[in-house]
Structures are given as C-alpha cells and as structure tokens.
Design a protein around this ligand. Structure first.
Ligand SMILES: [Zn+2]
Length: 413
C-alpha cells in the first residue's frame, strides 16, 4: 500500500477511493493548559477511505445537515443544558457560514480565500423511530471517563448508541474520553465502522456558557468529519520540519510544518514555515483555539466533495428526503426568522398550543405543512397571548409563522 501511494500524486489522483492505513489516529485534538490543540497517540488502528473526487459543487446552495447531541454524564454538572448545546451549535453554524465576528481579524493575505463553507447544521426534530425530539439526548452513565476511545458510542460500554450515521450527524458530549479532558475527535469519512462516524467532544469545548469555555475545537473536529486534514497533511507531528514535503490535499492552504505559532518563529499571526506565510488562523491548524477563524475556499470545496460522496454515508445526510425524515426541512418559500419575540409551547404539541409575547401584540398566526401548504390561518388576533387548537392537524412537522416576522418549526404529535 505504501508503495502504491508513493507512485501517485496524492493531490490529483484521488478519483478512486484509496484505502490508507491510519496508524495510531493522529486526529485526536487535545486542548489542555494554554489552550493548545495537541495530538496524542491513539491505541486504535482504523482504515480511512479518502473521498477526494476532484469534483466540486459550484452552486451557491447550502448543505443542511441534521445533527443530534448525545450528552453523557455521571456527575450532574456534566449534564450540560440544552442552552449550552444551542450556544455551541450557533457558534459552529456562524463559523461554517463565515458569520463569526472575528472574521474581521483575518490577516490581509488570507482575506481573499477565507470562505463561507455553505454548510449548516440543524437539530433533528424527529428521531430514528419517528418520534419527536429536540435533537439532544441526555443519558446518565456509570462511567466517569470513557478510557477507551469508542466506549461512548456503545450502550454496552456505558455510552449511548449513535443514531444511523448516514441520517444524523452524531455528537457525543462527554466529560472526558481516552484521557482527554479538553478536546474532541472527529471521524474522517469511512465505511469501516458506520456506528463510529461522528464527533466525540468534551463538554467544556461546546459553547461558551455553562461548562463551555468557547474556542474552535468543535469547528476543527467538524472539519475532520468533513474530510479535512490538518494543514501539515494527513500524518505527521506538528512542528516536524519534514512535514513541509507533505500536503493536506487542499491547493490553497500553504504547506507548513504545523502549528508554527508555537513551534516556528514566534511571530504570531505572521509566522512562517516551509518558506511561506502560514495560515495560522485556519481552523485546521493547531494554533490557539481562540485565534482560529477561517476555512479556505479549497477546504470548503473538499468538504463539499465529502458531502457528495457515499463514503461514510455523508451524501445522504443533506438530501431533501432525509431533511424531511429528520424534521429539519424548511421549504425555500418559508424562511425561518426567529426574532425571539414569541414563546410557543408546548412544542411538540398535540392539542392546545399557547403563544405569548411580552413585547409584541399578536396579529396573525399561520401554520404551514413542510410541503409549503398553509393549513391554519388566524387573523384578527388581539393581545399578547392566545391559545389555538391544533388537534386536527396530522402528526408531523409544520412551520408556524407569526405576524409575518417570526417563523419556527412546530411538531404535532
Ligand atoms: Zn485535528
């Protein structure tokens, strides 16, 4: 296999899937003292299938993917809140759409290639059994630490099983795993262990409230899930000058020996290695988590390639059929615009639905089926709260729209 690889130009000849031995996973990302993302040597060996197809999506459409968080906890403090999950998810989405506030800090040479990756993650609203969910599970476990990397993925070892990974992007949120107490691991696309396709991450790396400490480890791991390598290529220890001869299979990321911010000339954002300026602000470097703020255009294209590939089930995640099945589909004609003015409960609802606001009077309430068909239209409303009967609606996913300004998903069961 090694001989085979040496005879190919890895950057251009990945039209066929190539099995690459992945010895001692180098895609652990540890965040420890000083907030440094460090590799550790894993005890597992797995096989990775490259999804490089040399095709790239040229449209400006957005890949929308259903996501589920599995919170595993032993101590109550690690049973992190749904609000913390939402905070982490919002940050992730902003970074994948280049809407993060620190985009303005990108140094000038990299501004032209800083990309909107056009990928969005939405909490699943229907579970694998067809039942309503908010896309977050909370499971008590006797395990205080998942010493073996994969323990969190199996009920039998104190974890919780993944939902079908070709339909849901699974995020296991734990206090610690494999000796890591601040970090995560994203699985590269592979068909070897479908149930392990996803991300495991410690709860302090999710969001910036509760136990969350902010940073970009979650975004980094999502890059791996979408087939991005570290900037200094597939294998290799950051800081090793021999990495200059390797490449990450992305054309617009400068070759570097990895984490030059720490290991190279200490020149901060303007660090150089391999004879050129490094992209230390790239999410896939090991620079400090808080200074990373960009993907490149080439990385976005590579992630799109992964999402068009069947390897690891990635190409099914964002299909319209799967969006409908997981309850995240919203027709283009109905944009979600949550202006936080209204509280709608319960959701899921089965009979009475209460709508209230402390600031804006209700005028019109519309309910649409996800097909776009309007199924309810209440006008001449008055006051700041109302109760409507939705008992006649068939179970499923709907969109509720209030005053033409606030729109959100509504589940009827
Ligand atoms: Zn990594």
């Amino acid at each position: 296999m090694n001989h085979f690889i040496k005879t190919l130009d890895l950057k251009y000849i990945y039209k066929i899937a190539i099995l690459v031995s992945h010895f001692g996973s180098s895609f652990f990302c540890l965040q420890s003292a000083g907030n440094i993302d460090l590799p550790i040597s894993g005890g597992s060996q797995e096989f990775i299938v490259s999804t490089r197809t040399c095709s790239s999506n040229t449209s400006d459409s957005v890949y929308i993917i259903p996501i589920v968080f599995h919170v595993l906890y032993h101590d109550p403090v690690d049973n992190i809140s749904d609000a913390q999950i939402a905070d982490g998810l919002q940050d992730l989405n902003e970074r994948f759409r280049k809407q993060n506030a620190d985009t303005i800090d990108i140094i000038a040479p990299f501004v032209p290639i800083a990309a909107d990756a056009r990928i969005e993650f939405r909490l699943a609203q229907i579970d694998p059994y067809g039942n309503p969910t908010n896309g977050i599970t909370h499971t008590y476990t006797d395990s205080t630490a998942f010493d073996f990397l994969w323990d969190a993925y199996y009920d039998s070892t104190g974890g919780t099983h993944t939902w079908p990974t070709n339909r849901y992007l699974n995020i296991h949120v734990v206090k610690g795993f494999a000796g890591i107490i601040g970090g995560g691991r994203g699985t590269l696309p592979s068909d070897m262990f479908p149930e392990r396709q996803g991300i495991i991450i410690t709860n302090n790396m999710v969001g910036a409230i509760g136990t969350g400490t902010g940073g970009t480890v979650f975004t980094h791991e999502m890059g791996h899930f979408l087939n991005l390598y570290h900037l200094w290529a597939y294998l290799g220890i950051p800081g090793d000058t021999t990495n200059c001869a390797n490449d990450d299979e992305v054309t617009d990321t400068p070759n570097c020996f990895g984490a030059s911010y720490y290991y190279g000339t200490p020149s901060g954002l303007w660090a150089e290695s391999c004879g050129s300026l490094d992209n230390v602000q790239n999410y896939m470097d090991y620079s400090p988590s808080q200074i990373r703020n960009m993907f490149t255009t080439g990385q976005a294209a590579r992630m799109h390639d992964a999402l068009e590939s069947p390897v690891g089930g990635r190409n099914n995640l964002h299909t319209e059929a799967n969006q409908i099945a997981t309850g995240i589909f919203v027709p283009n004609s109905i944009k979600e615009t949550n202006n936080n003015q209204f509280v709608i409960y319960p959701n899921p609802a089965s009979e009475n639905l209460h709508i209230s606001s402390s600031r804006e009077a209700l005028k019109i309430v519309q309910v649409f089926h996800v097909s776009g068909k309007e199924v309810l239209n209440l006008t001449d409303l008055d006051g700041f709260q109302t109760t409507i009967n939705v008992g006649h609606l068939r179970p499923g996913v709907y969109i509720i729209k209030i005053n033409h300004s606030h729109t959100q998903r509504l589940i009827i069961r």
